[in-house]
Design a protein around this ligand. Structure first.
Ligand code: FMN
Length: 179
C-alpha cells in the first residue's frame, strides 16, 4: 500500500500547499507507510489538450506516479472557490490512472468561506473514476502556519495526521478488496 502526496501550489519560494504535503508525508513516514511526495513545481506539466500534452515525458512520469499509488493526498491551493488549475490539469492528464484510488484533500486557503470548494472535484473523481473520497479533509488558512513554515495550529496538525492516516487505512482496505 503506498500513498502519493501531491502538492499543486506553485507559489515560490513558499507554498502552503507544500507545507501541508510535507507534514502529511512526515506523519506517514513516521507510521512506516510507503509514501512519495510530488511537488508540481518540480514537474512542470503541459496544459492538457495541447498537442504534446499526452506524449510529454513529464506527463508519463505523472502517470507512473499515480498508477503506482493506492491512495492520493491532493494538497491544493483554493483558487476561485475550487482546487487550483494545476491540480485540475494534473488530474486531466493522468485521468484513468485515478481509477479506484482513495483520495484525500488538504487545502490551503486565504479565508474561511471556501470550505466546500473541493466538492465539485471530489464529485467528478467519484463519478469519472470511482475514486473513494476520504470523508475527512484539511482546510488551512494562513493562521495555521508559523513564519518558519511549521504548522502552528495544533488543530490543523491533528487534522493533517487524521486525514493522512485515514487515507492510508482506506487505501489498504480498498486495495485488499480489489485483489
Ligand atoms: C487567483 C487566486 C484565487 C484565490 N481564490 C481564493 C478563494 O476562492 N478562496 C480562498 O479562501 N482563498 C483564495 N485565494 C487565496 C489562496 O487560496 C491562498 O493564498 C493559499 O494560501 C494559496 O495556496 P499556496 O500557498 O499553496 O499557494 C486565492 C488566491 C489566488 C492567487
Amino acid at each position: 500500500m503506498s500513498v502519493l502526496v501531491v502538492s499543486s501550489g506553485l507559489g515560490s519560494p513558499k507554498t502552503k500547499s507544500l507545507l501541508l504535503a510535507r507534514e502529511a508525508e512526515r506523519v506517514l513516514v513516521a507510521d512506516g507507510t510507503p509514501v512519495t511526495l510530488l511537488d508540481l513545481r518540480e514537474l512542470t506539466l503541459p496544459l492538457c489538450g495541447t498537442q504534446e500534452s499526452f506524449t510529454h515525458p513529464h506527463t508519463a512520469r505523472a502517470l507512473e506516479l499515480v498508477a503506482a499509488a493506492d491512495a492520493i493526498l491532493l494538497c491544493t491551493p483554493i483558487y476561485n472557490y475550487d482546487a487550483n488549475a494545476v491540480a485540475k490539469n494534473f488530474i486531466e492528464l493522468t485521468g484513468k490512472g485515478w481509477e479506484n484510488k482513495v483520495v484525500g484533500f488538504l487545502c490551503a486557503a486565504g479565508g474561511e468561506k471556501s470550505f466546500m470548494s473541493v466538492m465539485p472535484l471530489a464529485n467528478s473523481l467519484m463519478l469519472d473514476f470511482r475514486c473513494v473520497i476520504v470523508p475527512r479533509f484539511v482546510y488551512a488558512t494562513g493562521s495555521a502556519f508559523a513564519a518558519d513554515g511549521a504548522i502552528a495550529h495544533p488543530d490543523i496538525a491533528g487534522r493533517i495526521a487524521q486525514c493522512a492516516r485515514a487515507t492510508a487505512q482506506l487505501g489498504a482496505a480498498v486495495k485488499a478488496l480489489l485483489q
